[in-house]
Design a protein. Structure first.
Length: 700
């Protein structure tokens, strides 16, 4: 049964507090918006009708009205040039190519927080890199480019540089070191150069997909001169960022105004967009740092931008990768606050810079209670409670980690109750029971454990019904978008991965691993492992277009995919000693780390060869891992943190600390995954919830 609540009720309940929150945050001199979108009219040319003529002056007028203060716009190819134009001006909002804004803000040491992504006329928020050759060239695929001279775009343009290099390396095409790569600032420069060389040079050029219509439209190249032999994985295209000069309240107001643009058809037409600005995708690289890398001896107390939300299971990218970890753990731990809990829990924590959310049970153990605490001091802000009687192995507490998406938080209990609540107030917007609604398995053993997944404005769940094994819901309403028949549910969480160039949903049902089309729910492929009876709890990990799987009966395996995104059933690598029934691995470069009674380090480049294994009293059957390129943080037995050197060829603990003082609590095996926001770690122990400040020094 689903309950829908009108938004007016929310307004009445929150009253003056919400009104004050939404009051315009004014700035004395108004706001400055820098536009770096390459399809903005002043930065492009009107060669193709209705394309690359985005009128951002109209957006500035709209924002001025919505925010209650003047918003002026300046156009520039980079933040660096914008600052040269107006050296004393404070920039509040930047709209431009994602990777370029990140690069420039890092160079200027200007903090920039992503707010929303702009959709194109096709509704997409991404772009790709296109690898071109002359039409007469003999190369037909990327694999044919071995020995070719490759002309890249500037290094700050991901689609023309990083993504293209990744793709070429995947197909065993040698690319020069980054510093020796041949680059051109303009897509037209590289394209015309390979035409100019003709047969005298085996060469290919990488251009941005958005630029392709302009090359022929502007007459830079003639139709039929060039041919595409490869397309990179998609990367974010135009994104709106708030800078450090915009206060948090103003950032929220700007974000809300951008998202409301969808209700203004005239403005949508002026900006050449189908849906306007939309919330950040689930796979948007929120954990990627935007600030500059500190020098080795530099210290900063500011959180790394992009680490402001631990949106759900294993973090924003669902792979345990984080923006920063300390070089060392402090002794004793710097506990910001701690709260007593009535019982231990299973589900992980979700958190933002304002809120910390976890699932629990009431004192009778007959109702679910999801609680939200203030991140700053641990004050209890709201509770979502409802009857959920029953009895399961490992107690009855929710297993799934809450999922934060904009102003919504999605809460899934162990007995199938799925709730959408307002994250600010805890008001229930809709609720259903996915087991009842989609005819899932009624005789639950461990309950519904998979954390819901948000992708492309779809809420993905796995009720395990015969006609609704995997289901996509509208996040705002809970209405069904699509449902796919299949097997009963498993206990692991789903991910989004680009495999063989195909972006897809990946996860387990009761007996198989599979991939599903995001738009339609069509099952793309099925892998049934040779040994039966895996519980399928660990989460798969995407590794450069391949898929890493670890389960208790079929061990650790790496699978490749064909050009259509379908799995190649024989693994390319396998390791028979790591067989976790719960722990999910993390990947750092070519290294795989996982804890299952002991800690394992494997080498992907050498076919999952063992680098080292290590035993420690803190290691249990299960342990969550958080990782950067230099550190792996292990949450061990009883809340002991172990910081491990990820750059060493031998097991080396950098430092360790205990978060809990109770002797019995120190012996407990913890199952709730922690959350990291900035430099604060939120950990659920056996009897307490703690917020610990990990320290100001960061590694990127």
């Amino acid at each position: 049964m689903r309950f829908l609540f009108a938004l007016c009720i929310a307004t009445l309940l929150t009253g003056a507090a919400l009104a004050a929150e939404r009051a315009p945050e004014t700035t004395p001199d108004g706001l400055l918006m820098v536009v770096m979108d390459p399809l903005a009219l002043p930065l492009s040319c009107p060669c193709v009708e209705g394309y690359a003529q985005r009128n951002y002056e109209k957006l500035a007028e709209y924002l001025s009205e919505e925010l209650g203060q003047p918003v002026r716009v300046t156009f520039s190819e980079s933040l660096l040039k914008a600052q040269e134009k107006e050296p004393n001006a404070k920039v509040h909002l930047v709209i431009g190519k994602d990777s370029v804004v990140r690069h420039d803000s890092a160079a200027l040491k200007m903090a920039a927080t992503p707010l929303a992504q702009l959709t194109g006329k096709d509704g997409a928020t991404t772009q790709t890199g296109l690898i071109l050759v002359r039409s007469a060239d003999k190369a037909q695929t990327v694999s044919d480019l071995k020995g070719y001279r490759i002309l890249f775009g500037n290094a700050e343009c991901d689609e023309k540089f990083a993504a293209a290099r990744t793709m070429l390396e995947k197909f065993a095409v040698d690319v020069p070191p980054v510093e020796d790569s041949e680059t051109f600032a303009s897509c037209s420069d590289g394209a015309t150069k390979i035409i100019e060389w003709g047969d005298t040079q085996q060469a290919a050029a990488v251009i941005s997909s958005y630029a392709a219509p302009l090359l022929e439209g502007c007459g830079t190249v003639q139709k039929g001169d060039l041919r595409v032999v490869g397309e990179t994985a998609p990367v974010p295209f135009v994104v709106a960022f708030a800078t450090e000069h915009a206060e948090p309240k103003l950032q929220k107001q700007m974000q809300a105004a951008l998202l409301d643009m969808a209700n203004n058809p005239e403005l949508l037409e002026a900006i050449e967009t189908l849906l306007g600005f939309v919330p950040l995708d689930e796979d948007y690289p929120q954990a990627a740092p935007v600030t500059a890398t500190p020098a080795a001896n530099e210290q900063t107390s500011a959180p790394i931008i992009g680490s402001g939300t631990w949106s759900g299971w294993r973090g924003p990218t669902r792979d345990g990768r984080v923006a920063s970890l300390p070089r060392e753990l402090t002794k004793p731990p710097n506990i910001v606050w701690r709260l007593p809990l009535a019982r231990s829990g299973l589900g992980g924590i979700a958190a933002t810079q304002e809120y910390v959310i976890l699932g629990d049970r009431d004192v009778t153990n007959q109702s679910d209670e999801f609680r939200c605490y203030a991140a700053g001091d641990g004050e209890l802000l709201w509770i979502v409670a409802y009857p959920a009687p029953g009895s399961l192995d490992y107690d009855n507490a929710p297993r799934a980690t809450p999922v934060i998406h904009g102003d919504y938080v999605f809460l899934l209990g162990a007995f199938g109750h799925l709730t959408c609540a307002d994250i600010h107030t805890g008001l229930t917007l809709w609720q259903t029971n996915i087991i009842d609604e989609f005819d899932g398995e009624k005789e639950l053993v461990w309950g519904t454990c998979s954390s819901p997944l948000i992708v492309d404005e779809k809420l993905i769940i796995n009720p395990g019904g015969a006609e609704g094994s995997i289901v996509a819901l509208e996040p705002e309403t809970g209405f069904v978008i699509w449902q796919t028949p299949g097997d009963r549910h498993a206990y692991g969480s789903f991910i989004v991965a680009t495999l063989g160039g195909e972006r897809q949903i990946v996860g387990h049902d009761r007996v198989t691993l599979g991939g599903w089309d995001i738009e339609t729910g069509e099952r793309l492929w099925t892998l049934k492992p040779p040994r039966a009876n895996d519980f399928n709890v660990p989460t798969p990990v995407e590794v450069d277009g391949k898929l890493l799987i670890a389960t208790e009966n079929n061990y650790t395996r790496l699978y490749d995919f064909d050009d259509h995104g379908r799995i190649v059933h024989t693994p390319v690598a396998k390791y028979d000693q790591l067989a976790p029934d719960m722990s999910s691995p993390v990947v750092v470069g070519n290294r795989v780390y996982c804890v299952c009674e002991k800690m394992f380090c494997l080498d992907l480049a050498k076919g999952l060869a063992e680098v080292w294994t290590a035993e420690d009293p803190a290691f249990c059957d299960y342990a969550p891992l958080l990782a950067t390129d230099e550190r792996v943080l292990v949450l061990g037995r009883g809340g002991e943190l172990l910081l491990v050197d990820a750059t060493n060829d031998e097991y080396r603990i950098v430092s360790r600390q205990h978060l809990f003082d109770d002797k019995d609590a120190r012996a407990a095996e913890l199952y709730a995954h922690p959350a990291l926001v900035g430099t604060r770690l939120y950990v659920r122990g056996e009897k307490e919830l703690v917020c610990v400040e990990l320290g100001p020094e960061v590694t990127l």
